[in-house]
Design a protein around this ligand. Structure first.
Ligand code: AMP
Ligand code: MG
Length: 353
């Protein structure tokens, strides 16, 4: 199958490309579309054929559920069951964060197919701020299921060319909406209502951070998966997101995450690429000749949001060098740094078949 890449700029191109995407979606096929987080592979939630095609193109196992994107806040009630108490909380969250990179886990509406939720009684819902995705949703007039537009376990695409690289020949169409502004997958939030403040379980860290959510609910701390610390036997049970497999977001080249920049000892004859957080001499790297190439995650001011936007983009570039190993420096683990470290830890774990 030939995969077409269509522009969305200028306005005339946007009109015709969106119309083309809607035509493809109406016949039960799939389209890769930009969102503010990463590119998504979208299919009509009412079309079993489209949902099957998403899993097929991504080689995604059927136990890994999809996120539903809705065109407007009221569409939430078409895909989820919301009681009065939850409604109150949702209103606050939607007001603060929608449209934006926050996904809610809610009891599923009976009309939503089990194929989308992988048989779970819950459904994941979000409303994107991306103008191209929004326009497709509005013109189609129905919610779309859209997981990230990468093959299963691989690095999520943050540009149209990366989406094409992942799915070329497998899908009919990619719409080019430029580079993603957040660059990491949405935050996934599950909540529990209590007498006091609601309890928030962050199932996946993302652009909406624990600090952002704290004024509305109490964040339930989750055990941190670490390559370096042993998990205690008596640790509290963890509420995991299905599909958040240990090895994920992984380049083909092995990636090693350091706990400290000074830890790195090159091996004779091996070729390395470096993902450096700030690219500063103080961090102990600049001037080292062992690296085939050094990618700086935050070349501007050393701010974590910039590192988040660039992470998958530079990981993909480093993966194309054909080095023996990608060495990654840790980034400060606060605000969106938690999401970056989560992705780096998972990228560092080799996939097991
Ligand atoms: P992706 O959009 O590719 O990042 O994948 C969607 C992710 O959302 C899945 O891998 C799950 O981790 C999560 N997810 C989707 N539906 C649910 C659900 N009902 N409960 C918990 N997590 C979910
Ligand atoms: Mg994904």
């Amino acid at each position: 199958m030939e995969t077409r890449l269509l522009p969305t700029d200028p306005a005339e191109a946007m009109r015709s490309s969106v119309a083309e995407a809607v035509t493809v979606l109406k016949r039960g096929d799939v389209v890769a579309l930009p969102t503010e987080t990463v590119y998504g592979l979208a299919g009509d939630i009412t079309s079993p054929k489209a949902i099957a095609r998403i899993f097929e193109a991504k080689e995604r196992p059927s136990f890994d559920p999809l996120i539903i994107h809705i065109p407007r806040k009221e569409s939430l009630y078409e895909v989820a069951v919301v009681d009065d108490a939850t409604e109150n909380l949702l209103r606050k969250l939607m007001q603060a964060f929608w449209p934006g990179p926050l996904t809610f886990i809610l009891p599923k509406h009976p009309d939503v197919s089990d194929a989308i939720t992988a048989g779970l009684p819950t459904v994941a819902v979000r409303m994107t701020s991306d103008p191209v995705f929004k326009r497709v949703l509005h013109e189609l007039g129905r919610p779309l299921a859209a997981p990230s537009a990468n093959r299963f376990g691989r690095i999520s695409p943050t540009s149209a060319s990366a989406a094409l690289e992942e799915l070329d020949g497998r899908i009919p169409l990619v719409l080019d909406g430029g580079a993603c502004s957040a660059g990491l997958e949405s935050t996934i939030l599950k909540f529990e209502l209590t007498e006091g403040k609601p309890l928030f379980h962050i199932l996946r860290h993302g652009p909406v951070t624990a600090e952002d959510l704290k004024p509305i609910g109490k964040i339930v701390k989750k055990r941190k998966p670490s390559l370096h610390t042993k998990v205690k036997e008596d640790a509290a049970p963890v509420l995991e997101a299905p599909g958040q497999t240990d090895s994920h977001y992984a380049p083909v080249t092995p990636l090693r995450l350091l706990s400290d920049p000074s830890e790195f000892q090159p091996e004779e004859g091996k070729r390395y690429a470096l993902l450096s957080y700030r690219g500063l001499e103080d961090d102990g790297y600049i001037g080292l000749t062992e690296f085939v190439e050094t990618f700086t995650l935050s070349p501007g001011s050393g701010k974590v949001p910039e590192a988040a936007v660039r992470l998958f983009f530079v990981m993909r570039q480093a993966d194309q060098l054909g080095v023996d190993e990608i060495i990654a420096e840790p980034v400060p683990e606060h605000s969106i740094g938690s999401a970056i470290m989560d992705r780096l830890r998972r990228a560092a774990i080799p996939a097991t078949d």
